[in-house]
Design a binder for this molecule. Structure first.
Ligand code: URA
Length: 238
C-alpha cells in the first residue's frame, strides 16, 4: 500500500498534516527517513514508523493453483472466477489476480489486494519470468528450441523476446516441454507454438518470478504466501 495511504488509514491524517510529517522527517521506513509518500510498503516486510508510532498494513497475498474451467477475472457472468475460489471471509474487496491465465490453463496464480505490487510485477521493467510446462501435439525439435531462443515471430509480425525452451520428451505426435518467458503477451505460449506450426494441448504455470507452484497445493486450492515467499517479492516493492 502507498505509504501516504497507510499513514492516513492508521492516523486519520489530514493532507496538511501529511505534508508536515514528510517535511519534518517524521516518516521512517526500515529505520531510514522516507521522502516518497507514494512508496509501496507492507508492514510484514517494512518497519513503518511515523512520529514514533509503528504502523501496520493488512494486505493479503495468496498462491492459487488455478484449475481448468475457471476464468482469471474478479467477476464473470458465465464462469466461476479465480477470486471466487477464495473463501469469502478471506476475500478483501480489492483482491484480484496478478496477470492472466487462460480458462484451460492451470497452475500458479498470485492473488493480492496490493494493487501497486501487482501492477509493478507485470511491467516490463520488472523482468518477471514465467515458467510453463506444456504438452504439444507434435514432435518439438532442436530447430524449435533455437527459434525460441532467437525470438519467435507471431503470424502478423510481432517478435517475442528470446525464451528458454527445454524439451523433456519429444516423439511423433507428442512432446512435453518447459518454457520460460519474460513477457506476457495475450495467449503468448499458445501463439509461440502456433508460429512453429504446433498446438499446445495442455498448459500449466509452474513459476512466476521467485514464486514456485508448491507440489502439495492441489488444483483449486490456495494458501497465503509464507513470509519467506513474500520476502522474495520485496525487490518488486517500489
Ligand atoms: N500463454 C498462453 O497461451 N496461455 C496462458 O494461459 C498463459 C500463457
Amino acid at each position: 500500500m502507498r505509504l501516504d495511504k497507510v499513514i492516513e488509514q492508521n492516523l486519520q491524517t489530514t493532507r496538511k498534516e501529511m505534508k508536515r510529517l514528510f517535511l519534518m522527517k517524521k516518516v521512517f521506513v526500515d529505520g531510514a527517513v522516507e521522502y516518497d509518500p507514494q512508496r509501496n510498503v507492507d508492514s510484514q516486510l517494512h518497519k513503518i514508523t511515523v512520529d514514533g508510532k509503528n504502523l501496520l498494513t493488512n494486505h493479503v497475498y495468496y498462491l492459487l493453483n488455478k484449475p481448468a474451467g475457471v476464468v482469471t477475472a474478479k467477476k464473470d457472468s458465465q464462469f466461476q472466477t479465480v477470486t471466487e475460489l477464495v473463501a469469502k471471509a478471506q476475500r478483501p474487496a480489492g483482491l484480484y489476480p496478478v496477470g492472466r491465465l487462460d480458462r484451460d490453463t492451470t497452475g500458479l496464480l498470485l492473488l493480492t489486494d496490493n494493487g501497486q505490487l501487482g501492477y509493478d510485477l507485470l511491467q516490463p521493467y520488472s523482468q518477471v519470468t514465467k515458467t510453463y510446462h506444456a504438452v504439444i501435439n507434435e514432435q518439438v525439435t532442436l530447430e524449435d528450441k533455437k527459434a525460441f531462443e532467437t525470438g519467435i515471430v507471431f503470424h502478423g509480425g510481432i517478435r517475442c523476446q528470446p525464451a528458454q525452451l527445454n524439451i523433456l520428451r519429444a516423439e511423433s505426435g507428442y512432446s512435453e516441454v518447459l518454457l520460460t518467458i519474460s513477457e506476457g503477451k495475450f495467449h503468448q505460449v499458445k501463439k509461440m507454438f502456433l508460429a512453429c506450426g504446433k498446438k499446445v494441448t495442455s498448459l500449466t504455470r509452474l513459476a512466476m518470478g521467485p514464486l514456485r507452484l508448491p507440489e502439495e497445493l492441489a488444483e483449486g486450492d490456495y494458501r497465503a504466501l509464507t513470509l519467506e515467499e513474500l520476502q522474495r517479492l520485496k525487490t518488486y516493492f517500489r
